[in-house]
Design a protein around this ligand. Structure first.
Ligand code: PAF
Length: 295
């Protein structure tokens, strides 16, 4: 595995692979790698000849009161994990390499609507930071395929839309959320949880699944489901940012033409903000009383 810390060094190396007609899969990360990231890498290896992983903690996607400084930087351990998975290229640029002119006058990529709701409205500027850095990384790496986890379902939807709207010649692959045995979605932020909070944390996924089961059984009063879920999370010790049933394609309210429902949640345990989602494909030939199980 070769590590590159600058775009200038990365570009000729990737051009050489392309010159040999080798395809490139790209997994962008902020490091502190866990099984969820490694599942993206494993999937990437099945799709292309060369796997490029970036490790870059992107300051542009953190709000002023968020955990940028505290975000775990574990490059040495990350390198070992990527090497063990057979990754050929690690790209670990510095902030000056990604933002040589600083961030104040940086051109931003904004995906309206999808980027303004849910986490977008609670974390102003967050998704502009994500889409801007992902665009830059796409231009630096020029991959054939890029992989993102479904745990950040809103991020995945936004990146898909950006790639379509801006005619980027990259195939976006969503990879199923990797979970601990008790259902907690793998996340770099799980490491912040106290022992007590770690015991409570799987309630988030349990509550999402209960809501999903209720919809699959024909219960279509979403407001009631959402408020029941928020109460359950409150009683467990969470502070809920949102718990909501949406159209999985638009992330807007469910309508008669909704084909797939996404149930999305963000909730805090102490200082740690967890997100998760589950989805359900609706049976097109039946009404709300008969829903197909899309798990
Ligand atoms: O999902 C993440 O880790 C980040 O948002 C990403 C896509 C690497 C952009 O910084």
């Amino acid at each position: 595995m070769r590590t590159y810390n600058s775009t200038a060094a990365l570009k000729p190396a990737l051009a050489a692979f392309r010159g040999q007609a080798q395809t490139i899969a790209f997994v962008p990360t902020m490091g502190n790698l866990h099984e969820g990231h490694l599942d993206l890498v494993r999937k990437a290896r099945t799709l292309c000849d060369i796997v490029v992983v970036s490790v870059f903690v992107n300051p542009l996607q953190f709000g002023p009161n968020e955990d940028l400084d505290a975000y775990p930087r574990t490059l040495l351990a990350d390198k070992e994990k990527l090497f063990a998975e057979g990754v050929q290229v690690l790209f670990a640029p510095g902030v000056n390499d990604v933002y040589p002119q600083g961030m104040d006058a940086q051109t931003l990529v904004h995906v309206p609507e999808l980027g303004d709701t849910l986490c977008g409205s609670r974390r102003p500027g967050h998704f502009d930071g994500v889409t801007t850095v992902v665009s830059k990384l796409f231009n630096m790496v020029q991959p054939d395929v890029a992989l993102f986890g479904e745990k950040d379902f809103q991020q995945l939807s936004i990146v898909r839309k950006m790639v379509t709207d801006l005619c980027m010649p990259i195939e976006i692959i969503g990879v199923v959320t990797t979970r601990d045995e008790d259902g907690l979605a793998k996340s770099s932020r799980n490491g912040y949880l106290s022992l007590q909070h770690r015991r409570i944390a799987p309630t988030l996924n349990q509550t999402l699944n209960e809501c999903r089961e209720a919809i699959a059984c024909g219960f279509d009063n979403f407001l009631q489901l959402e408020s029941h879920a928020r109460l359950r999370l409150l009683q467990a010790g969470f502070e809920t940012d949102y718990f909501t049933v949406r159209d999985a394609r638009t992330l807007k309210a469910v309508t008669d033409s909704t084909e797939e429902v996404a149930i999305l949640a963000a909730a805090r345990l102490g200082e740690t903000r967890l997100i998760d989602n589950v989805r359900l494909v609706l049976n097109p030939i039946s009404d709300w009383g008969m829903l197909a199980d899309g798990r």
